[in-house]
Design a protein around this ligand. Sequence first.
Ligand SMILES: *[C@@H]1O[C@H](CO)[C@@H](O)[C@H](O)[C@H]1NC(C)=O
Ligand SMILES: *[C@@H]1O[C@H](CO)[C@@H](O)[C@H](O)[C@H]1NC(C)=O
Ligand SMILES: *[C@@H]1O[C@H](CO)[C@@H](O)[C@H](O)[C@H]1NC(C)=O
Length: 862
Amino acid sequence: MQSTSVFLFPFLLYLCHLKCHSRDIITSDNLLRNEGETLVSAGKIFELGFFNTTSDDGEFRTYVGIWYRASPETVVWVANRDNSIPISAELLVVAFHDDGNLKVLDSTGNSYFSTDLASAPSSKRTAKLFDSGNLVLIDDLSGKRLWQSFNYTTDTFLPGMKMDDELKLTAWGVTQKDPSTGNYTFQLNPGGNSEYAILQRTVLRWKGSAPAASANPFSFWELPPFVVSMLSNSSKESDSSPQSTPNTSHVPFFNKTRTDNIASVSYTRLVMNSSGEIQLYGWDDKSRGWFEMWSEPQGPCGVYNTCGKFGICNSEIMPLCKCLPGFDPASPDDWMAGKYTGGCSRKSDSNCNKKSEFDTFLNMHAMKFEEPDLLYSEAKSEEDCRKECLGNCNCLAYSYFEVAKPRRGISSTETVSRCSIWTSDLNNLQEDYTGGFNLSVRVAITDIEQGAWSGKKAASLNLKALIISISLTAGIITMCCISYVIYRNKKVARRKAEEIIVGNRIDYLPESESSSKYVITEDDKKRIDVPFFNLKSILVATDNFSDANRLGQGGFGPVYKGMFPQGQEMAVKRLSSHSSQGAEEFKNEVMLIAKLQHRNLVRLLGYCIEANEKILLYEYMPNKSLDTFIFGHALRQLLDWNIRFDIILGIARGLHYLHHDSRLRIIHRDLKTSNILLDEEMNAKISDFGLARIVEGKSIEANTQKIAGTFGYLSPEYALEGLFSIKSDVFAFGVVVLEIISGKRNLELFEGTNLLGQAWKLWMENRALEVMDPILVEKFNETEALKCINVALLCVQEDSGDRPTMSNVIVMLGSENMALPRPNQPAFVTRRNTTSSTSSSSYFKPDTGSNNELTITVEQGR
Ligand SMILES: *[C@@H]1O[C@H](CO)[C@@H](O)[C@H](O)[C@H]1NC(C)=O
Ligand SMILES: *[C@@H]1O[C@H](CO)[C@@H](O)[C@H](O)[C@H]1NC(C)=O
Ligand SMILES: *[C@@H]1O[C@H](CO)[C@@H](O)[C@H](O)[C@H]1NC(C)=O
């Protein structure tokens, strides 16, 4: 007997265990204790019970929730998320209260959760956990569903729920361990038509629409169809069936690599996670683990309005954000620190109120934008649209494009033109090379003249205004003359009327690189914005490349002065004939370079490709190059501090344009003082940009076997490893700045070190200003000079990652009282004296005489 009961007791316990733990209901007579008891849905998919976790404040807390049986840590619903049970509470139960509500109670009668139904004491009710993860309260008599947890979602959306205006997912607390209400919600966008949104409290963080709704050209973030059908409960799954296989083929951002094994997915769930991302997870039966199938927002530009108003986001380019042309960061300090949400503000009001002739449009390609403020339906052409914008004082920008629209009932489509007009802030602008539309931004012509993105101070406005108007006039006259001459030359037919023609659109950014891959037709001459010159005319103009006409030898070949009919002078660059590039590639590059237009870049005026010759024709700069001034004893006197500072700013702007604004992301690769030309007004103009691309073609995309560059300006990573980037140009820029302010060549020796070493030494000894050109003594602005030295030293730092970008440089140079970072030791300042010249740095032994102009070619190790 004794032995039987000893045997039976565990057996009964076991039976009870089975029975107690596999029930899926709570009834009025049958409660659920916090003693390891759980409800398990019929198909053993979900489990309901008590669980413990550590909240954000470090407290140990108890909650009632529903989780996957296969993955107990994956809690999909929490009853008492904001009413956690303290550790002191005893005898916890989930039970029906006398009033007919399901409650979570402790021994003292505290309630931590209630279904909050109207009191109905006498009725019999059952709470049942379904295989969908839904806890449902059913009236025993009528069988009616009185309450269900699916209507009280926490952070997880399960198949069988339906996202409607009532439902929202609210993330857990800060750590994803604390179920309490967090900062992020996912819901239908209150303002939007079938748009879903992630809000951070009340701020829109992301929005996306169903693909069907995206015939609307202004909605550019789409949800995968599978997610949409899940959210709208239109997919086929019912309580227990596995997901239908998502069709992801036309969803570009669907995580393809991870959806290969989609067949073995048995459950899916959508989670608003505590760091603000919505994630779709699938359960992989084979590996018995969750994997992420989709998440948003993707990347920094995926977050709504990352760059603030009038800011443009492009995650492929550093820095992430830039301002629309004609706009400056609203708070340059924040902008510098990578806080872009403040956006940009207008540099100067458009002149509309005075005279609309002073406004023009800059055209941005591949832009994505929000719905416009106005749609001007009468526009039949871009011309109409532009006029409409110009005629409306409040119009900030317009976009004209044509969309194909399916015709009702007929299977064909019709083209509908859209003229969109913005009169208030432009938000959430994105640059997207794979799609997008043209956006034409209204700017004051003076802003372009100043360099649309300059960080230049507004000081001494009167003088500046005078200079600007002079240069504007000069520009117009020059343009007219050139146009006229070329017109007479009958080469103008293909030249677009451009620039300074009031209210006309200027192609602000060149075509994206991808579009240059098109097979070239005979229409090259139309395509390339500068005229073609035949070799014969060039031979005549340069007197057969006579030495008398030779202006110099650049890294990529000699330059000649060419005298063309009608007295036009041009600089003729004869590219090294060993260039391996084919004709098509060359034409492509010319086309691209021709589109690079900036006040601080030497302008390309023509090209020639004939026989073995590849020739570029540039505007002729009578003042020659900066090095003849800076390093020439007499000419140096002409460059006072203001001129030098402006030259530095000009170079910075030109380089910034090449790096960031020109879309092509041109790395100059041979920036040096002798490559800076000066026009009559001593404006700096960078020459030889883009030539590395031409001479070396595609090889420049990767590590290059050849190093084109000049001793003294080579960054360590480029010189030693052949690695180049915009930061190698930044290095060269730093050297040029030091040369400009000191009047000395980097490779001159000072006490056994080069100019960089000298500047660094003085800087460390707080005697930085002693590096200044003695000619300038007492005649320079100390703050500006120190700023330049500081920036230059930042640029020449050994580690390319430490060096600023050109946009940083511009902000730093333009700022008045900004605390600049302290530089680290520059590259190549190893002390050298006569005995140590065999050290590793002897590679950089200065060449004697003018040899340092040579293009060096170093075979790479592999
Ligand atoms: C979702 O769809 C299923 C199956 O069609 C249906 O039983 C369920 O009631 C729907 N859910 C909602 C919240 O409408
Ligand atoms: C939220 O989701 C994103 C995107 O998948 C992920 O990178 C992040 O780590 C998640 N955050 C948490 C707290 O799980
Ligand atoms: C943008 O403008 C260019 C002309 O500048 C035109 O060729 C192109 O088709 C336009 N793009 C779109 C999307 O309308």
